[in-house]
Design a binder for this molecule. Structure first.
Ligand code: OAD
Length: 253
C-alpha cells in the first residue's frame, strides 16, 4: 500500500483521532459481515425475524438461539491484525476514541478498554420486560450452543425473558453512546471509517458529520461504499492488512 506524504503528515499532526468500525473489521477473525455478497448474514437470514422486537415476540427461542450461535462464534474467535493495529495506534497518539457498530468484544480483547458500542453487544443481554442486565455463566460451554432453537433464560428479578443486548431495527441507539460518539466526532481532526458499508443510520452519519466539521476522513475497505465520495482518502484493502501497514509507516517516520 502506498501512503502518500500528505496522509502521513495528517496522521502525525492529529490531536484526536476517531476510529469508527463495522463488521468488516472482524471479518478476518472469521465473524460474518451483514451485507457482503455470498457470506453476509442478511443474505441468509431475515432481519425482520431475527433483528426486531416483533420477531423476538413471535419466536423467542428462534431468536435467542441465533444470537447464542453468534456469541459462541465470537467467543471462539481471536482479534485479528487490524484490531491489534488499532490498539497499538491508540497507545501512540494523543487521543483516540474508538466507536464501533460491532456487537463483538474483539476490540476490547485486543487492548482497547474503552469502546463505544453504538449497536450494543452480544455479551450484555437484558430482560425484555424490566431491562435489568443478565449475566451469562462464565466460560465457553463444551457442548455447541445456539444455531438451533433455544429458550432464553429467565430474569432473576421479574421472571421475564432475557433478550440479546443488541440494538434491533426500529429501536433507538443508547442515548449515552450516541452522545459520546457525536461529541468525539465533532472534536476529532482525523476520522477513520473501517469495514463498514455506511448504509445504516444514524451511525453512517458520523463520518459525514466529521467531514463537515473539518476532520479528514480516511476510509479503509476492500470495496466501494456509500462513503467513497465523501472520504478524503479511500484505502482499498482489508483492515488486517491496511491498518498494520499504516502503523508501520507511522512508526518508521
Ligand atoms: P456491512 O455488512 O453492511 O458492511 C461490511 C463492510 O465491510 C463492507 O463494506 C465490506 O466491503 C467491508 N469488508 C469486508 N471485509 C473486510 C475486511 N477484511 N476489512 C475491511 N473491510 C471489510 O456491515 P456494517 O456496515 O457493520 O446492525 O453494518 C452496519 C449494521 O448493519 C451492523 O452493525 C448491524 C447490521 O444490521 C446491528 O447489529 C444493529
Amino acid at each position: 500500500m502506498i501512503l502518500d506524504d500528505a496522509l502521513l503528515a495528517t496522521l502525525l499532526n492529529a490531536k484526536h483521532i476517531v476510529v469508527f468500525t463495522g463488521a468488516g473489521m472482524s471479518a478476518e477473525s472469521g465473524i460474518a459481515t451483514f451485507r457482503d455478497a455470498g457470506t453476509g448474514l442478511w443474505e441468509q437470514y431475515d432481519p425482520s425475524v431475527l433483528a426486531s422486537s416483533q420477531g423476538y415476540r413471535a419466536d423467542k427461542a428462534l431468536v435467542w438461539g441465533w444470537y447464542e450461535w453468534r456469541r459462541m462464534r465470537v467467543l471462539r474467535a481471536e482479534p485479528n491484525a487490524g484490531h491489534i493495529a488499532v490498539a497499538e495506534l491508540t497507545k501512540r497518539v494523543d487521543q483516540l476514541t474508538l466507536i464501533t457498530q460491532n456487537v463483538d468484544d474483539l476490540h476490547e480483547r485486543s487492548g482497547n478498554t474503552s469502546v463505544i458500542h453504538l449497536h450494543g453487544s452480544l455479551h450484555s443481554p437484558r430482560c425484555f420486560t424490566c431491562a435489568r442486565p443478565y449475566t451469562f455463566p462464565d466460560g465457553i460451554p463444551n457442548e455447541p450452543v445456539g444455531g438451533r432453537r433455544l429458550e432464553p433464560p429467565q430474569c432473576n428479578h421479574c421472571k421475564g425473558t432475557i433478550r440479546p443486548g443488541v440494538v434491533w431495527f426500529g429501536e433507538m441507539l443508547s442515548e449515552a453512546a450516541w452522545k459520546q460518539a457525536e461529541q468525539a466526532t465533532l472534536t476529532c481532526d482525523v476520522f477513520f471509517s473501517i469495514g463498514t458499508s455506511s448504509l445504516v443510520w444514524p451511525a453512517a452519519q458520523l463520518p459525514v458529520m466529521a467531514s463537515a466539521n473539518g476532520a479528514k476522513v480516511i476510509q479503509v475497505n476492500p470495496g466501494a461504499t456509500a462513503l467513497d465520495n465523501k472520504a478524503h482518502y479511500n484505502l482499498r484493502g482489508k483492515a488486517g492488512e491496511v491498518m498494520p501497514a499504516l502503523l508501520d509507516a507511522l512508526i518508521a517516520h
